[in-house]
Design a protein around this ligand. Structure first.
Ligand code: ME8
Length: 506
């Protein structure tokens, strides 16, 4: 079974911030989870290098767009190993192989009769690269997202007959209610469509930084057409030594934030329909990470507003897995949520260092002390078994719906259950009583197994920590999801955790 997951391709007009890392980590958690299920996973991310947002930023910095793109694409690429993203390819839209395929795809749309020449007159945000309709304009003709004045544009462009897809798109949403998740975002997309679709510019004559329109080389494609197509073009040259489009298209899941809902939930399916291609199975729209701005108000973390948390700094201090964990624990995937340094520190201490790290250290230390480092072979305690029954199924079902935070919550309930189990059973008391040695075997074996099961399930979230812990538990059974049941482990020889999984911060 194939699982093809994508992130948006990020603009190279500035360096990456935590908002970009967030989406990529979310996609990575799902990619890793599906690999644990033995599926044929393809995980794509990359950079969006054309269009006005990049051309303008380059102009401001006094470099060519290509220079800026090369510099910042390198920074986005460098972020990936740091956040431990297991992407299979990184697409750059300035890649000539992408450009060729954009031209071929758009030529198909042209030849199917969905394109005509016209004049665009209206408001345009150069940072969003978006032609704004009346209800998308904030006070004083400003962009509601970037809070900058909009430009009044009047230019001759090629147009895409978006309006002619109105009915098909309405039918798509009616027949496939989970095409866009969560539901609230599907409703938004739907009301945008039922509000009436206008044809949209497909090319720009004013800009030269882009992919040339093959039937009119004075124009380049409007950047969104070029950008959206990355999800499709990458499969023909970025997925190994042969074209894997037939095996991997349509995408299983496309992840993005609500800022670019309209492009993905309306324009993108219309483009695919116009070319006669299948539609992605699902778009998952998450919310914004917010942070306080200068006035103390929680607003979207963004380059242009300047309220960004540098993911590199956070990882230097807390480690990669702590960042991965925090983002999805603190902010429910799908909702907006505030992040802060204090929030990081608090969850790091109470949950990672105490709930999980301490549980691991104590369990291993007790096996070392009372059983000479060999985990006893004993059946899992029925008292614990009952609380673990169905856990893996629950987690898998939630992750099938991209409910990453909810799945993590279910796992964490069991981490806490294991902590209570230690307190209830008090192995240190059993150890002093000769008559309780069988019981002590059962308790230690159950703890080791419980810890192994949550560790298999946490692997997609915290790959490095979980590998270290599996090694320390002497488990060599790996991370296949099928093994995430109490009693499926093989008792091994433990190694004390030094330093602990999440060392106390100075
Ligand atoms: O829109 N909270 O690129 P972009 C959560 N190139 N996610 C955030 C975020 C925040 N504060 N800030 C950014 C573009 N993101 C286009 C996309 S796709 C064919 C072209 C993430 O650099 C989130 O995924 O502005 C959002 O959708 C994306 O970065 C926008 O990145």
């Amino acid at each position: 079974m194939a699982f093809y997951v994508t992130t948006p391709i990020y603009y190279v007009n500035a360096a990456p911030h935590l908002g970009h890392a967030y989406t990529t980590i979310g996609a990575d958690i799902l990619a890793r989870h599906h690999r644990q299920r033995g599926e044929d996973v393809f995980f794509l991310t990359g950079t969006d290098e054309h269009g006005e947002p990049v051309a303008l930023a380059a102009e401001r910095e006094g470099v060519t767009p290509k220079e800026l793109a090369d510099r910042n694409a390198t920074r986005f690429q460098a972020l990936l190993p740091r956040i431990n993203a297991s992407n299979d390819f990184f697409i750059r839209t300035s890649d000539p192989r992408h450009k060729e395929r954009v031209q071929a795809f758009m030529q198909r749309i042209h030849d199917h009769g969905h394109v005509y020449k016209g004049v665009y007159e209206g408001w345009y945000c150069p940072r969003c690269a978006d032609f704004k309709s009346d209800n998308e304009i904030a006070e004083g003709n400003t962009c509601p997202i970037h809070r900058i004045p909009l430009d009044r544009e009047n230019e001759e462009n090629w147009f895409f007959r978006l309006s002619s897809f109105q009915e098909q798109l309405e039918r798509l949403y009616a027949e496939n209610p989970t095409f866009v998740a969560p539901q609230q975002r599907a409703n938004e997309a739907r009301s945008f469509i039922t509000g009436g679709l206008n044809d949209i510019s497909l090319s720009r004559a004013k800009i030269s930084w882009g992919v040339e329109v093959p039937w009119d080389p004075q124009h380049v494609f409007y950047v969104w057409f070029d950008a959206l197509l990355n999800y499709y073009t990458a499969l023909s040259f970025g997925a190994g030594d042969h074209d894997r489009t037939a095996e991997l298209w349509p995408a299983t899941l496309q992840i993005l934030a609500k800022d670019i809902l309209k492009f993905h939930a309306v324009i993108w399916p219309a483009m695919l329909l116009a070319a006669g291609e299948e539609l992605p199975k699902q778009l998952f729209i998450h919310g914004y990470l917010t942070m306080k701005d200068a006035s103390g108000e929680d607003v979207k973390m963004s380059k242009s507003l300047g309220n960004v948390l540098d993911p590199f700094e956070v990882m230097d201090k807390f480690g990669t897995d702590a960042l991965r964990y925090y983002c999805f624990r603190e902010v429910s995937f799908g909702q907006d949520g505030a992040v802060s340094t204090i929030g990081f520190e608090s969850r790091y201490e109470t949950e990672l260092a105490n709930d999980y790290g301490n549980l691991a250290s104590r369990t291993i230390a007790m096996i070392a002390r009372y059983r000479d480092g060999r985990t006893p072979a004993a059946e899992p305690d029925p008292a614990l078994q009952k609380d673990f029954d169905g856990l893996t199924r629950e987690v898998t079902e939630l992750l099938d719906k991209a409910e990453i935070t909810q799945a993590l919550e279910r796992i964490w309930q069991r981490v806490r259950r294991l902590n209570r189990y230690v307190e209830e059973q008090a192995p240190w008391k059993l150890a002093k009583d000769d008559a309780q040695q069988g019981r002590l075997d059962a308790v230690l074996a159950s703890l080791a197994e419980g810890l192994r099961v949550v560790t298999v399930l946490l692997h997609a979230y915290m790959p490095e920590t979980t590998e270290r812990l599996m090694g320390a538990l002497g488990q060599d059974g790996g991370f296949a999801i099928a093994g995430a049941e109490l009693g499926r482990g093989t008792p091994g020889t433990v190694t004390p955790l030094d330093p602990p999984l999440f060392p106390k911060q100075a």
